[in-house]
Design a protein around this ligand. Structure first.
Ligand code: TXA
Ligand code: MG
Length: 350
């Protein structure tokens, strides 16, 4: 399949391209597009056949449900059975924006979109390209992150092209995304809402508005034994670079010392090593390929650059990556959640 690539600025949207993309989705095709979190791979959410194509293109297990993206709050009624008061409050505060909520689904939503579940995940993105595309596509766009299943989510159109060229109809290139980590997911279909995936909108920001919420246990412990995450997608190995990634946790001195020791050891064995470090400590590593992810005082930069750096290390063919921890005040929960998953929960404590 020939994949069309169309550049469109977020400040000056090229409506000709958006309409062309909307037609593709209305006709059952696939279009990748920028959102404020990561690039999404869009298809008509209400057509089972179209949703199926998403799974094929991504190589994604078909029991992993998709998020439906809408552009108008009223459109939520058609795809849900009921909208709890607390969800209305959160929508008012955070939509459009990087928050996904889970509802009991209405009959119109095909099981092919929800991975066989009776619930549906919904989000209204704030990115202008995403919003106009959703409007031109009929209002309901199912979109997972536009990466090959298991790889880091795309924060640039180039990442989408790397993974999906030839498998999808079009990529709308809107430049680098703003946030760089996927949306926060909260299950609103239970009596007490549950945080299933941390993101830019934090647990604290949500609780300030609707009171205490629960947190999916597997978010803290990782998937082990009988525990299954409620968001099926959180179960799979995710965001993973080809190299073996290990998190090194402890005081700054101990971490620097340990990573330097590991660099030396692996280099002696003839293995190529990568390091992910804050700007403040990057210069302290000797040998290996060191990538600065940004200042510890600039967590937005850390979040935005994480997936790009993981992909860059793939291109550099490193065998091992060691990373510092980034437990920053606001986004730290989300950043560490993605890092832990990318590392398969491999942590060295020093
Ligand atoms: O920021 C985002 O949310 C991006 C952009 C494109 O909007 N999308 C995204 O989609 O991250 P995806 O498919 O990569 O991740 C969706 C997650 C998966 O872990 C999936 O299992 C979970 O949401 N999910 C979807 N529907 C669900 C449902 N009904 N119940 C529980 N989890 C659900
Ligand atoms: Mg994904």
């Amino acid at each position: 399949m020939d994949t069309k690539i169309r550049k469109t600025d977020s400040s000056f949207i090229n409506m000709k391209y958006i309409k062309e993309a909307g037609e593709i989705i209305k006709n059952g095709g696939l279009v990748a597009f920028p959102t404020e979190t990561v690039y999404g791979l869009g298809a008509d959410a209400l057509k089972e056949e179209a949703a199926k194509k998403i799974y094929e293109a991504k190589g994604r297990p078909s029991d992993n449900p998709l998020i439906i993206h809408i552009a108008r709050y009223e459109d939520l009624n058609k795809i849900t059975k009921e909208i709890p008061e607390k969800a209305k409050t959160l929508a008012q505060a955070f939509w459009p924006g990087p928050l996904t909520m889970i509802f009991k689904k209405s009959d119109i939503v095909p099981m092919g979109t929800t991975g066989g579940l009776e619930t549906v995940a919904v989000r209204m993105p704030v990115h202008p390209v995403a919003l106009s595309l959703i409007r031109e596509s009929g209002g309901y766009v199912a979109a997972p992150s536009a990466n090959t299943s298991g790889r880091p989510s795309p924060t640039l159109a180039a990442h989408v092209i790397e993974d999906l060229k030839g498998k999808i109809n079009m990529v709308l290139d809107g430049g680098e995304v703003e946030i760089g980590l996927e949306s926060t997911i909260v299950d609103m279909s239970t009596s007490v809402p549950v945080l299933l995936r941390p993101g830019y909108i934090t647990k604290g920001m949500i609780e300030e508005l609707i009171g205490e919420i629960e947190i999916d246990k597997t978010l803290i412990t990782g998937v082990s034994g009988r525990d299954r995450p409620k968001a099926p997608g959180m179960m799979y190995k995710h965001y993973a670079p080809d190299a073996e990634l290990t998190i090194v946790e402890g005081t700054e001195e101990n971490v620097v010392c340990k990573i330097n020791e590991l660099i030396e050891q692996k280099s002696r064995e003839g293995k190529k090593v990568g390091v992910i470090a804050a700007k403040e400590t990057a210069f302290r590593y000797q040998g290996g390929i060191v990538k600065s992810i940004g200042s510890r005082n600039d967590e937005a930069s850390i979040a935005r650059q994480l997936y790009r750096i993981l992909r860059e290390f793939n291109d550099l063919d490193v065998a091992f990556i060691y990373t510092e921890t980034f437990k920053t005040p606001r986004m730290g929960h989300a950043i560490m959640n993605r890092l832990l998953k990318a590392a398969g929960y491999q942590v060295i404590k020093v």
